[in-house]
Write a protein that binds this ligand. Structure first.
Ligand code: ADP
Ligand code: TRP
Length: 322
């Protein structure tokens, strides 16, 4: 299997990003050939501040390395360091029907809200297709929300192949475990856009404060309660051991406890769960040049592969070897 996935550097990673995507695709690095990249060209469609985008890009690399992405096992690079991808994107754009992109959710939603959309957002799925096709990836681990983009990629690759011969490998989405849909501090899906996130690398004290502020229902303390569906319990399950989880579930069902106790237990379990990654992060963050070296090595590998695929596509459609 050849695995590829990308993540946009649009802010600090939160628990939703980690449990819903990053942890699952990092786990694939041990047994598969894996390429992971930081999609800064995609992020440029939303982050329009030079310093911020640069900071988020390096921070994302530091975070991924600290969370266990092993540059010996997987190739890690920044999207803009592999210009072949952008070149391939143009070849793909020339054969992409407007209608296909008009049906894509991100653009459609913005349009429906009457917000101005730019060509970057409109053609976002084509750049994503180029990301995938440039590495002959056959498996793309993504959250549910990205499945449409993988289908678009297959459509684009299929019609290019139909016109110019067998150039691209058609990829499949590997939809990540949807039970990992992480609730935010307000019970809605955790998302940057809802301002309800718990950041993976928040400082321990700040995180504890934030957890203590999570809103709960006003059930009397002595009432028993079903744990499933309770936000605090769901979050606790992500970071606690199996036996602690069972004990917590039993406590909910017995009743006679306060949410304050659950919050404290959650904060303590979260601190322990991320302790190792936090230590790793302090280490990587203290040597940013080593992180840049990892990215440079990753980009060199990635360019080698992407330039072969680009040449194949250029030969096939007549823009090389004239
Ligand atoms: P956000 O909603 O905060 O902007 P992104 O859209 O950048 O997050 O998400 C990046 C990845 O993290 C996607 O693959 C997405 O499926 C996953 N993800 C984001 N939020 C959650 C969540 N609450 N639960 C599970 N997965 C999530
Ligand atoms: N669009 C993806 C997201 O928002 C990020 C991404 C960019 C990506 N290019 C990709 C994911 C290629 C998988 C494959 O999460």
């Amino acid at each position: 299997m050849k695995v590829l996935s990308g993540i946009q550097p649009t802010g600090r990673f939160h628990w939703g990003n980690y449990f819903g995507a990053i942890s699952q695709y990092i786990a694939l690095q041990d047994n598969e050939q894996a390429f992971y990249f930081i999609a800064n060209l995609h992020a440029l469609t939303t982050v329009r501040d030079k310093d911020l985008l640069a900071k988020y890009t390096l921070d994302s690399a530091i975070d991924l390395l600290s969370l266990g992405l092993d540059p010996e096992q997987a190739v890690l690079f920044v999207q803009s360091d592999v210009p072949e991808v952008s070149e391939l994107c143009w070849l793909l754009l020339t054969g992409t029907p407007m209608g296909l992109l008009e049906r894509c959710v991100a653009y459609k939603d913005k349009k429906a809200k009457g917000l101005p959309a730019d060509a970057g957002l409109f053609t976002y799925p084509v750049l994503q297709a180029a990301d995938i096709l440039a590495f002959d990836s056959d498996t793309v681990p993504v959250g549910e929300d990205q499945v449409q983009h993988i289908e678009v990629c297959r459509d684009i690759a299929g019609s290019f192949n139909h016109q110019f011969g067998d150039v691209f490998v058609l990829p499949k989405a590997k939809v990540l475990d949807s039970s990992a849909r992480v609730p935010g501090t307000d019970g809605e899906k955790m998302s940057k856009s809802y301002d309800n996130t718990l950041a993976v690398f928040d400082d321990v004290k700040a995180q504890r404060k934030q957890i203590m502020r999570i809103s709960t229902d006003s059930r009397p303390m002595e009432d028993p309660k079903e744990p499933d569906g309770d936000v605090l319990y769901q979050l606790y399950c992500l970071v606690a051991s199996e036996s602690d989880r069972d004990e917590m579930a039993a406590m909910y069902r017995r009743g006679g406890f306060g949410y304050g106790d659950v919050k404290k237990a959650l904060a303590t379990a979260a601190e322990a769960f991320f302790a190792e990654a936090r230590a790793q992060r302090d280490d990587w963050a203290s040597r940013p040049d080593d992180v840049r070296d990892v990215l440079k090595t990753g980009a060199a590998w990635a360019r080698k592969k992407a330039s072969q695929v680009l040449q194949r596509a250029q030969d096939a459609c007549g823009v090389r070897g004239y």
